[in-house]
Design a protein around this ligand. Structure first.
Ligand SMILES: Cc1cc2nc3c(=O)[nH]c(=O)nc-3n(C[C@H](O)[C@H](O)[C@H](O)COP(=O)(O)OP(=O)(O)OC[C@H]3O[C@@H](n4cnc5c(N)ncnc54)[C@H](O)[C@@H]3O)c2cc1C
Length: 387
């Protein structure tokens, strides 16, 4: 991103880049999909952990790098520039860990954080339910107090990485009050009362799942924070999901735009006259504009975070600009490549990206919900409900 970095940030870049040059496997330049991709993400997480580079935002006392926001941006830039995969435990390291650090007990932190770093535990997020997605506060999974432990009954859905996870941070109902009756607990997935049923996504992958809890046990030591304070913690966790993560998405989108631009000129050079002066060209310019807008929004967001200021609706604007703009960019890629994106070979990865992008306007808050948030900030009326 275009940003004048401090000397401290550039020094950090130097040491991280040296480590990456030495350790990032060259053969990973070839993009892979499916199970091979999942394994690569796990392996990369383990490698980063071994080098001490896996948790940029965690405080050093818990094994993190304790980086400033500016240095975190440098960290992301370096990883995106070499096309490194996202670590498999991103849900734990990037989202839940910060919640545990803020609200958890010292015993929980001592036990779970080192295992999370090393990818010994893989974590998933059990928030959404069949009748509680946008309206998350409507969740119904029941946790019954049994003395030393809670007994969980209910169902979660769209749980990313559940088929690879052995731990889940789960929101459950512990009292009748809509917002003040929700608690956050750590669920051991490897027990009799938990069933994971994978859901095949549009690209044929099964990283999503339904999670069923039938008398699943959570010891009281695995309740996070105060009982019935889960709504506050869920919002804190989700704000991490929507914070600096968009800078990574923005950088990735810029990278894809550059690749698309090269493909475009390649097609012209190949004499594919239909490309020249076509509506594709207009779409490409539109994608460039989306990239530039997203970049500005992300930089402003980061500037506000680093000053400790409220980011207001910027995360909603970033989510909306990224998800809609990214889908448009990938539509253009397929229109440009035509049948070449359908056959196995150097362009198949565009088809996979296109298919996976369909869900981007749904997860981490749908397009309609983001528009409601923005409308509200403008003093306009919004629809009822929504998180
Ligand atoms: C790929 C993927 C990965 C996911 N990973 C996870 C995960 O790891 N953990 C997890 O807990 N969840 C996960 N989710 C679930 C995700 O958070 C929900 O799908 C999302 O919040 C939408 O909820 P829903 O699917 O129940 O749709 P609904 O909320 O039922 O929405 C249906 C439609 O109604 C619209 N709508 C709803 N409310 C309003 C409103 N107030 N105003 C206007 N329109 C509205 C929505 O925009 C949408 O178009 C994932 C989803 C996907 C697709």
């Amino acid at each position: 991103m275009n940003f004048t970095y401090s000397q401290e940030a550039e020094e950090f870049r130097g040491s991280f880049r040296s480590w990456l040059e030495e350790h990032f496997p060259q053969e990973w330049n070839r993009e892979v999909t499916g199970e091979e991709w999942v394994q690569r993400r796990k392996q990369w997480g383990e490698m980063l952990a071994e080098g001490g580079w896996v948790a940029p935002s965690w405080p050093e006392e818990y094994g993190g790098l304790g980086l400033s926001i500016e240095q975190q941006l440098v960290y992301i830039e370096e990883l995106v520039s070499i096309n490194a995969p996202e670590v498999l435990n991103s849900n734990g390291i990037g989202i839940f860990a910060l919640t545990l650090i803020k609200y958890g007990t010292e015993e929980q932190k001592k036990h779970y954080l080192p295992r999370m770093l090393k990818h010994e535990d893989i974590w998933c997020q059990g928030f959404s339910e069949p009748n509680a997605g946008s309206d998350l506060a409507g969740l119904q999974t029941k946790a019954e107090d049994k003395g030393d432990y809670f007994l969980l009954n209910g169902q979660k859905v769209w749980t990313s990485y559940a088929p690879y996870s052995n731990k889940c941070y789960v929101l459950v109902r512990t009292a009748d009050s809509r917002y003040k009756g929700i608690s956050l607990m750590i669920l051991d997935m490897e027990q009799k009362g938990v069933t994971v049923r994978p859901i095949k996504n549009i690209a044929g992958e099964t990283e999503l799942a339904e999670v069923f809890m039938d008398d699943a046990i959570v010891p009281k030591a695995d309740v996070v924070g105060e009982l019935n304070n889960g709504w506050e913690m869920a919002n804190f966790a989700l704000s991490n999901e929507r914070g600096i993560h968009f800078a990574q998405r923005s950088l990735k989108m810029q990278q894809e735009f550059q690749q698309l631009l090269s493909l475009f000129t390649e097609q012209i050079d190949l004499g594919k006259a239909y490309v020249k002066g076509s509506k594709l060209q207009t779409q490409l310019v539109q994608s460039y504009l989306s990239c530039e807008i997203l970049k500005s929004v992300c930089l402003r967001n980061i500037a506000l975070i680093s000053q400790g200021d409220d980011t207001g609706v910027l995360p909603a604007i970033a989510k909306l600009t990224w998800s809609e703009g990214h889908q448009d960019l990938l539509n253009t890629s397929l229109e440009l490549l035509g049948e070449e994106s359908l056959v196995k070979g150097k362009h198949e990865v565009w088809m996979e990206k296109f298919l996976l992008s369909r869900a981007e306007t749904i997860y981490a808050g749908t397009t309609q919900v983001q528009k409601n948030i923005i409308a509200k900030s403008l003093g306009l009326p919004s629809s009822k409900g929504g998180r």
